[in-house]
Design a protein around this ligand. Structure first.
Ligand code: NDP
Length: 524
């Protein structure tokens, strides 16, 4: 194991080599092994000081009008777009991802998220009048107030898009945000912060704390009011428990095992292309990757053959030096995970159709891999892979595909392919997942209009969609009298036998099942 791999393998302990916290994080290019830079490993006192500064800065930021905050966020967007080449280059080098993906799936999504939320926030966060169905003499309003400081903890696979998505939501809603990026990809978060500062935006409103797992744990303990966590299920459970201890609300965006169901009438070419793109974009390190295919026996062989053919034509390599299709594996542990799943599947009878090996030599690469003849006895069909491996399973019916798709502890995304979109819609309603796309893959990860998140162990809470903006706020209910009230309310003291009798009649009049005549009789 090279220095790059061994240092990154330390992830999970929250510590560097030999279990010791190192003074600095080192970020290496996964495609070349080049040392790209360093970042501080921040301890609890530093993190607490950062959160304290954020809290003070939030007061002025939260006092701005929503429009003023939107205008400042658009300034941030413009600064990011102006420095697109620099951002894309760093993303491509720090994550080993193709430049198309750095552009389209990271920077473009962030620019769109900022644009969308700056536009909808004034209406989404405006006070709303609600009608109280019983207390008609009162007027009620919902107000959305910033919570304070939002802690954002993010993984390494989309180190610009995922954290900035949550940071943008927090800031537009009037909070300050403190971001803890993955130890594997700290530089792109620091670049975003540098661009924020250079745009003349209030420095302490958006800050970054770098470090290992304990730095994330310190952030939860530093007095934040909301934690938005994106990462694996195991870490998510620890983070949710830590938030529970402190009674901090949290949003959990955890792992996925997205099934793709190809029905008997699916278009062969579109389905095969979608499987290959959906399984291998970002080298499969996507929480909404196509992680298992259930293809009806009528189309199975043709979809499989075509997917294998397309996969053979993919170009893999260092994205910083060429326009490749598939880049490197960011976190080397994922190569071992992929190998383990493939070995288990082949031992249990699966066939390796293409790929299956790590690439020797410089960089962390794993060949795009397709397996056929898989079933649910194999870990490749039941556990998250988070790498470029697509297992196929043939099914005899739509019902069998649905049963197998739902046979998972995870439920983030799912995909259905069919020539009949109404049939696809009906099936989608029965698939257990936070989002189901019919005849498409992946796109919902970057669609700001629609809520994104999982069910089952894929987490809870949603990011994106207008509701998620309101979730960044404390909801306050303010109720005023509709007509001028004087004296005492009939519901107040003193309690008497007479008033009790009236209220009892009221109970029947309001809530008994009889018709209007019966209800009037109850009062009399
Ligand atoms: P991890 O769960 O290992 O880490 C996520 C973040 O949590 C990292 O910044 C990590 O820091 C930090 N962390 C680790 N321990 C703690 C702790 N005790 N307290 C607070 N923070 C902590 O996930 P990965 O980075 O390995 O990302 C891969 C996972 O993320 C996959 O399971 C994937 O499915 C999921 N994911 C989910 C998405 C979604 O939207 N649902 C989107 C993308 C990925 P450090 O890196 O320094 O250890």
């Amino acid at each position: 194991m090279g220095q790059l791999a061994s240092e990154q393998m330390a992830k999970g302990n929250g510590q560097s080599l030999n279990g010791q916290s190192s003074a600095k994080l080192k970020s290496y290019a996964p495609a070349t092994g080049e040392l790209l830079g360093e970042a501080p490993n921040m301890g609890p006192d530093e993190v607490r000081a950062v959160v304290e500064r954020a809290r003070r800065a939030q007061e002025a930021w939260g006092a701005l009008s929503i429009e003023e905050r939107g205008e400042r966020m658009l300034r941030f967007r413009d600064a990011l777009v102006d420095r697109a080449d620099e951002v894309i280059d760093l993303l491509s080098r720090e994550c080993g991802k193709p430049r198309h993906e750095a552009l389209l799936h990271e920077l473009m999504v962030v620019a769109d998220v900022i644009t969308f939320f700056a536009k909808v926030a004034p209406q989404a966060l405006a006070p709303r009048e609600i009608s109280l169905h019983l207390l008609k003499h009162r007027r009620s309003f919902l107000h959305y107030s910033p919570r304070g400081v939002v802690g954002v903890i993010s993984p390494w696979n989309y180190p610009l898009q995922l954290p900035l998505r949550d940071v943008v939501l927090a800031l537009v809603a009037g909070n300050a945000a403190v971001l803890k990026p993955s130890e594997v990809t700290p530089l792109i978060a620091l670049k975003a912060k540098e661009i924020w500062d250079a745009a003349g935006l209030p420095e302490d409103v958006f800050q970054v704390v770098t470090g290992y797992g304990p730095t994330g744990a310190a952030l939860i303990d530093a007095g934040i009011q909301l934690c938005v966590f994106t990462g694996g299920v195991a870490t998510g459970k620890r983070v949710a428990a830590a938030c529970g201890e402190r009674l901090i609300p949290c949003v959990m965006e955890l792992g996925g095992k997205a099934p793709l169901i190809a029905l008997d009438d699916a278009d062969i070419e579109r389905t095969a292309q979608a499987i290959v793109f959906g399984g291998f974009t970002n080298a499969g390190q996507v929480c909404i990757s196509v992680e298992r295919v259930y293809a009806h026996q009528k189309v199975h062989d043709r979809v499989l053959d075509r997917a294998v053919e397309i996969t053979r034509s993919l170009r893999q390599g260092d994205p910083a030096s060429d326009f490749v299709d598939v880049g490197a594996i960011i976190f080397p542990h994922q190569i071992d995970v992929a190998e383990r799943h493939i070995k288990d599947a082949i031992e249990k009878g699966a066939q390796l159709k293409v790929g299956g090996k790590r690439r020797e030599g410089t960089g962390q690469f794993f060949e795009p891999t397709i397996l056929s003849g898989c079933n649910h006895d194999m870990t490749v069909m039941t556990q998250e892979i988070f790498g470029p491996v697509i297992p196929f399973m043939e099914v005899a019916s739509e019902e069998e595909a649905l049963r197998l798709a739902n046979d998972s502890h995870l439920g983030l995304n799912a995909y259905v392919f069919t020539a009949d979109r109404d049939r696809g819609h009906r099936l989608a309603e029965r698939v257990q997942a936070g989002s189901v796309l019919v005849n498409d893959v992946i796109t919902n990860g970057g669609t700001p209009d629609a809520p994104f998140g999982g069910i089952k162990q894929s987490g809870f809470g949603r990011v994106l969609g207008e509701d998620s903006l309101r979730d960044m706020c404390d909801v306050r209910h303010i109720s005023t009298d509709r007509v001028r009230m004087t004296g005492k309310d009939p519901l107040w003291y003193p309690y008497s036998e007479t008033s009790y009798g009236w209220f009892k009649k009221g109970l029947r009049a309001l809530f008994s099942g009889g018709g209007i005549v019966q209800r009037i009789r109850d009062i009399l």
